[in-house]
Design a protein around this ligand. Sequence first.
Ligand code: NDP
Length: 252
Amino acid sequence: MFSLSGRTALVTGSSRGLGHAIAEGMAQAGASLVLNGVDKARLKQRAKGLREKGYTVHEAAFDVTDEAAVLAAFTKLDEDGIDVNILVNNAGIQLRKPLVDISIDDWNKVINTNLTSSFLVGREAARRMIARGRGGKIINIGSLTSEAARATVGPYTTAKGGIKMLTRAMTAEWAEHGIQANAIGPGYMATEMNKALLENPSFDAWVKGRTPARRWGQPNELAGTAIFLASSASDYVNGQIIYVDGGMLAVL
Ligand code: NDP
């Protein structure tokens, strides 16, 4: 029920961080991978690492915010006969500034990378899934900020709130084609994106005090939920966002 063998998963932003851990978990469950990032050298090196573990890994370096690049990447996958039937929209960036100091360029960059990219890549994946008639799985990566705001991360909060509703919009139109679109909302995870926070003793203490599990999450702790949402075990789960957060959202 949880096997992903015979399936191919494109995980955006999988050259490091949570995306890489999700991709590796899916490979362990039997999926072939399409790894993505913008830094080609890093992508190549991380893909090599997974191949050395025996997994089937393709590379697709493209900027998820660039429509022409997204279209070109899917055209190349089509030419190579690679059918993406699992998509994880994971690529994302953070920018910490008070709203009053945010320029329109900052705002657009965060919204484009964290929200519009999921529409763009999701649209190309879904067009193909619908045409093939065999359904598919789309997993969007939200955040605790899909539910709750926090000072200094305004555009990110706005984008991640949008991810929750984009997941429902995808469900409204694509569920009838056998595509299950769901989301994962990670809590505070120990990744590069949070390096400054991890190294800040008072923020580290706040995360540990505020999280019922009393610790940061590890990237590989998202893999189980991602595998569930990518497998036939979730074939009647549509439009949901599952929080993997050590209980943070459940308590005041
Ligand atoms: P990292 O900064 O560790 O990794 C980001 C990844 O996204 C890299 O692979 C990077 O590629 C890629 N990326 C960034 N911009 C683009 C782009 N324009 N096109 C293609 N790839 C891009 O981030 P995390 O692993 O921490 O975060 C992953 C996701 O999880 C994000 O959506 C984030 O918002 C979300 N999240 C993270 C949490 C956390 O605690 N870390 C908590 C909640 C949600 P490259 O290496 O080439 O730069």
